[in-house]
Design a protein around this ligand. Structure first.
Ligand SMILES: CC(C)(COP(=O)(O)OP(=O)(O)OC[C@H]1O[C@@H](n2cnc3c(N)ncnc32)[C@H](O)[C@@H]1OP(=O)(O)O)[C@@H](O)C(=O)NCCC(=O)NCCS
Length: 167
């Protein structure tokens, strides 16, 4: 993408992440972080993109960013078959239209094309995200107490999920 397109996309990703924070899901951040810091973090992330390390799938309608999903490959020499699903989000105004399902399908297709056969993820236990991932065919492994913070800073248990992909 051109630098101007990248600027627009990073702004859209920051807006999307802020929207997710306001709807109660952290995606690795806190609400206190603020929009400017979020946008900087997406500029850093997009600027450092390396297809062997991370893939970012974006859902757009016109030029509006409506959703994202990320795949982060394991850096371990003995685990080149494994990747983590991160930061899956759909704008609140665009939810329940099948965009989340499409994002996961695209991410899994990208994983397959990189010979990934095991996906894993963690999300806050007891949230709608657990219902979503279970509907996407992910198996719940268990729950770790006080794993990470909700957007307001409260420590919360993390639910761990995995899905095996065909080789
Ligand atoms: C979770 C999220 C990505 C789902 O996106 P979406 O585009 O609304 O999901 P879809 O419309 O593709 O729904 C796919 C399936 O997931 C399930 N699902 C999605 N949202 C759900 C909800 N709020 N409650 C219960 N089930 C839900 C349904 O089974 C649905 O299938 P159906 O439409 O056939 O009934 C979206 O709600 C979101 O961005 N939430 C905030 C961020 C977040 O929680 N991210 C994941 C954790 S990191």
């Amino acid at each position: 993408m051109s630098p101007a397109e990248a600027d627009d996309i990073c702004a859209g990703l920051a807006d999307l992440h802020l929207d997710a924070l306001r709807s109660g899901m952290a995606l690795g951040a806190l609400q206190s972080m603020g929009r400017a810091a979020l946008e900087r973090s997406y500029r850093d992330l997009v600027g450092a993109l390396d297809e062997r390390k991370r893939i970012v799938v974006i859902a757009e309608e016109g030029r509006a960013v409506l959703g994202m999903a990320q795949l982060v490959f394991s850096g371990a020499t003995n685990s080149d078959h494994r990747a983590e699903v991160q930061r899956v989000a759909v704008a609140t105004a665009a939810r329940s239209r099948g965009i989340g399902r499409q994002l996961i399908a695209e991410l899994e297709a990208a994983a397959h094309s990189h010979a990934i056969t095991l996906l894993w993820l963690t999300t806050h236990d007891g949230t709608d995200a657990c219902v979503f991932y279970e509907a996407m065919g992910y198996t719940k492994l268990g729950v770790m107490p006080n794993f990470s913070r909700r957007p307001d800073g409260t420590l919360w248990p993390g639910a761990f999920y995995f899905k095996e992909l065909p080789a």
